[in-house]
Design a protein around this ligand. Sequence first.
Ligand code: SF4
Length: 298
Amino acid sequence: MNQQPEKEIPVTRKRRAKLPPWLKTILPADNTFSHTEKVLTDLGLETICSSANCPNRGQCWSRGTATVLILGRICTRNCKFCSVNAGRPQPPDETEPARLAQMAMQLKLKYMVITSVNRDDLPDGGAAHFRDCINEVRRQCPDMKFEILTPDFRNCQEKAIEILRECLPFVFAHNVETVPSLYKKARAGGNYLRSLNLLKMARDKLGDIQTKSSIMLGLGEQDNEVEQVLRDLRAAGCERITIGQYLKPSKNSLEVVEYITPEKFEWWKQKAAELGFSWIMSSPFARSSFFAEQENPL
Ligand code: SF4
C-alpha cells in the first residue's frame, strides 16, 4: 500500500536573545488613537490594553477600539505571565456601567469587549458587575454586540453562569492561557480542568452564544501539549480560538522561552481548522480581543 508522506511540521522554534523582526511594532499616534485615549482617560476607565502592555495598542486604539477592564486594576491572583497588579481590590464601582455606556457612545462602538481582573474576594466572582455593565450599555446602545472575557469564577461557577444568563453576550470567552503542565509556573491560582469546565458550562447553559478561548505560545510548551489543549477545548464545545506569542509584559513576568515563527502559527491555524474551530486567529500578535469584532479574522 502506498503511504502518503506525513505533512512536515514547520521548524518553528528559534531561541534568540533579541526580539525577532516579525515582533517589532511601531506605536502610531494618529488622531483616532489620541481620541480613544482621551475618551478612556476622561471617563476614568481601565483597559487591559494598557494594564497588560499589549503590543497591539497602537493598532487597536487607532481603529477606535479598546478592551475595557472592569472591577478595578487590582487582581486577587498573581499569574506570572501577566502585568496586572495583585493585591486587595476595592468593592465594585457602581458608576462603572454608566461610564462604559458613555465610552460606547463616544467611540461609536458596535462591538464591545469587556474583561476583568480576578475577583476571588466577591461571592459571585464579579459576575453581577459584568451583567450590570452589559445591561446598562445595552440600554443605551441596543444594537451593541458584547464579548466578555471572564475569570474562571473559582468558587462560584454555577452562580456566575446563572447571573450571566441575565445579560447574554454574543461571545463568552475564558482563556486557558497555556498548557496544563505550565499552570504551576505561569498560572498558579488557576486550574486547567476548572477552566474547561467553565467553558463547557457556558456552552451548555447560555444558549445561543459562541464560546472562545486563547492560548499563548513561547512559554516552553510542547507541540503535543498544545494540540491536546485544542482537542480539549473542542470537546468542551469551544468554537473560537486565538493562538499568539507570549511576550514578557513587565520586568517581573516570566521570560519568553521561545519565539514561534509566523509559519508555525499558520500551521497551528490549519490544525485548529482541522479540529473544527470555526473562528481562528493564530499569529504572533493574536490576542483574545484582537479584531474580535471581525467575522473572518486575519
Ligand atoms: S488586542 Fe485587545 S488588549 Fe490588545 S490593544 Fe487590542 S483590544 Fe487592547
